[in-house]
Every structure is written in structure tokens, then in C-alpha cells.
Design a protein around this ligand. Structure first.
Ligand code: GLY
Length: 333
């Protein structure tokens, strides 16, 4: 493994942290020392928001908040909330599809540029779960709260109790009950988890991730979206990554953490996302039946995205321009 494969980003400066080459999978640990990359911005890029899927308004909301001078996490949560409140979105927030017993349960997490994070899982009565995850981060000694405990904490912090199952979601669930066939659809209605990464005026990166999880999942099932390192990971020295798609596969490979670590070792965001997808498809022949997609951004504002199947889109907002980017994919038929 050659050093140039690790340090290839001209806009980033490498500062020598010496690591054992054995740890990097090289032949002789005594023979070769590898410099890991600690990324320092030579110039702060103008603010950027990226998010999963064609969540145009959510991404524009985050981008405009960044432009107005908001901090990275404020902007990410403002963006994600657009979809949490969008009743037509059946995979995020209020209006999300329920589990097979008719309960809508939401998962979310946030991660800050100082490495702090918060998470909530299995929340059945609160819409703005990314904001709730932030409140867990800021107001409790814990990282993760689940179920009734998360809900009670939310009420104590002023969050409103809400019914998350809408008439439309209830009707769809009743229709599903007629067959009760559980087979998640690739690119279901072309949207799934919203994962967002933001880079603010100070060059700081934060992220948020929010989902109602897989439609008609088993009662109690929790996906990747609230799991720090799986659905989301940010290291403000390096960059961040978020995931969408089949949560079980993302958790097995700790996908978002993997991508940030690959970027730390010099891979571009694009190459890191591709490697994370390769880890999944190389271990699971059934990849033809599920979608996983990653997006990533490094400290220099470079972005990347990759997925298993055609049909995934990444939104990117920078310099007043909100762009939908069709993402390259692994499974070319
Ligand atoms: N990626 C969302 C989930 O699997 O729950």
C-alpha cells in the first residue's frame, strides 16, 4: 500500500502522525511507516449542505441557514425538520409508515463538530426527533435515549406529544395487512432516511439523520439511523458521512465511521463511499435485493456519494445553488 494512496487531496495538508503499517494491512511493520492525514483546511470553502435523496426543500433550508451564518448543527437540524414535518414523506417523521402492528416509531441522531453526539430510538409520539437527539446531547449525561424514556424526557423539555400515524399511513398499513408480505422495496418511493451533512462559515462540519425506519418492520426494530458510526459519523478534523437504505447492512459494517476513517487515511469522499459499499456487497450476495447509499464530505468541502442500485440522488447546496446529483451505483445490470 503506497503512501500516495493515502495522501492525495491537494487542498488538504497532511501533518505527520506516524502509524504502524501493520495496522494498515501492509507487509512489514518495521520497514515502512505511513503518515496518516490530519486534514487542515488551507482555505475555508463557502458553506455546503448535502443530503440524501431528492429532499430539495430540506437541503435548501439547511443551505440558506448556513448562508445566513447559522452554525453547522443548527442548519442540519433545520433542514432535516422539513422532512420530519412533511406528512407526504412515509419514511421520515410524522406520516411515516408504521411497523407491522401499526406503531410509527422514529429514530434519529445528531453529531456536532466538537465530537459530541445525541440519539433517540423508538420514539412514538414526537415529530422533531433530530432536535430531540440534540437535546439529549446537550441536556443529559447520556448519548442515547429509547422509547418511553426518550418521550418522557421530550415532554419535560417542551416537545409536544403527537400522533404520528396519519390517515394515509393507516390506510396503506391496512392495505399491506391483506398480504403482510415483508419485502422492503429498493428505492421505496424514491425516498428513505434523510441524512444531512453541513459545513458552515467557520469550516465546521456537523450532521443529522432521521428516519421512521423500514416500513412494516417488526415491533421493536431499530435501524442504523440513530446509531452513531452507522447512520452518521462526523470527525471535524476529517469530514462526515451519512447512510440511507437497509439499516441492518449499514450497521454490520459500521458504514459511516468506516467512510470517515477511510478519508482520514487519504481517500477522497467518493472513493471512501465506494469502498464502504464494496464491503457490503462482498459480504452479502443478497445485495441485489436491497439498497444502501452513502454520502460524504471532507474538510475541504469535497463531496462524494455511492450506492448499490441505480436511483439514488444526493442534494448539494453551495453558493445559492441547490443541485440534485444522480449518484453512481455498483450493480450495473
Ligand atoms: N436506513 C433506515 C433504516 O434502516 O431504518
Amino acid at each position: 500500500m503506497k503512501r500516495r494512496h493515502f495522501i492525495k487531496n491537494a487542498s488538504l495538508t497532511g501533518i505527520g502522525l506516524v502509524a504502524s503499517s501493520a495496522a494498515m494491512g501492509c507487509k512489514d511493520p518495521s520497514e515502512e511507516k505511513i503518515e496518516k492525514t490530519v486534514m487542515k483546511q488551507t482555505k475555508t470553502p463557502s458553506p455546503i449542505a448535502i443530503c440524501t435523496w431528492r429532499f430539495t426543500e430540506a437541503n435548501a433550508t439547511a443551505g440558506k441557514a448556513l448562508k445566513a451564518g447559522k452554525a453547522a448543527l443548527d442548519a442540519a437540524i433545520a433542514g432535516v425538520e422539513v422532512e420530519e414535518e412533511n406528512l407526504k414523506n412515509t419514511t421520515v417523521g410524522k406520516g411515516g409508515a408504521p411497523d407491522r402492528e401499526g406503531n410509527v416509531t422514529l429514530d434519529a441522531c445528531v453529531m456536532n463538530s466538537d465530537g459530541n453526539c445525541g440519539s433517540v430510538v423508538y420514539v412514538a409520539t414526537i415529530t422533531k426527533v433530530a432536535a430531540l437527539a440534540r437535546t439529549v446531547m446537550e441536556e443529559t449525561p447520556h448519548v442515547m435515549l429509547a422509547g418511553a424514556g426518550a418521550e418522557e424526557f421530550a415532554y419535560s423539555q417542551g416537545f409536544q406529544k403527537e400522533t404520528l400515524l396519519t390517515e394515509a399511513s393507516k390506510e396503506a398499513w391496512h392495505a399491506w395487512l391483506k398480504t403482510s408480505e415483508y419485502k422492503p422495496i429498493i428505492n421505496i418511493e424514491n425516498h428513505d432516511t434523510i441524512g444531512m451533512l453541513t459545513l458552515d462559515h467557520n469550516g465546521d462540519i456537523a450532521g443529522a439523520c432521521s428516519s421512521s425506519g423500514l416500513s412494516y418492520k417488526m415491533k421493536g426494530r431499530v435501524g442504523d439511523s440513530p446509531i452513531i458510526g452507522s447512520g452518521l459519523f462526523v470527525d471535524n478534523e476529517i469530514g462526515g458521512a451519512v447512510a440511507t437504505g437497509m439499516g441492518e447492512e449499514i450497521i454490520k459494517t459500521v458504514g459511516s465511521f468506516l467512510i470517515v476513517e477511510l478519508m482520514r487515511n487519504g481517500l477522497s469522499p467518493q472513493a471512501a463511499c465506494e469502498e464502504a459499499v464494496r464491503r457490503i456487497v462482498s459480504k452479502n450476495e443478497a445485495y441485489t435485493d436491497f439498497q444502501v447509499a452513502y454520502i460524504a464530505m471532507n474538510k475541504a468541502g469535497e463531496t462524494g456519494a455511492y450506492c448499490i442500485h441505480e436511483g439514488f440522488t444526493m442534494m448539494k447546496y453551495q453558493n445559492d445553488h441547490n443541485e440534485a446529483i444522480a449518484v453512481d451505483f455498483y450493480h450495473k445490470k
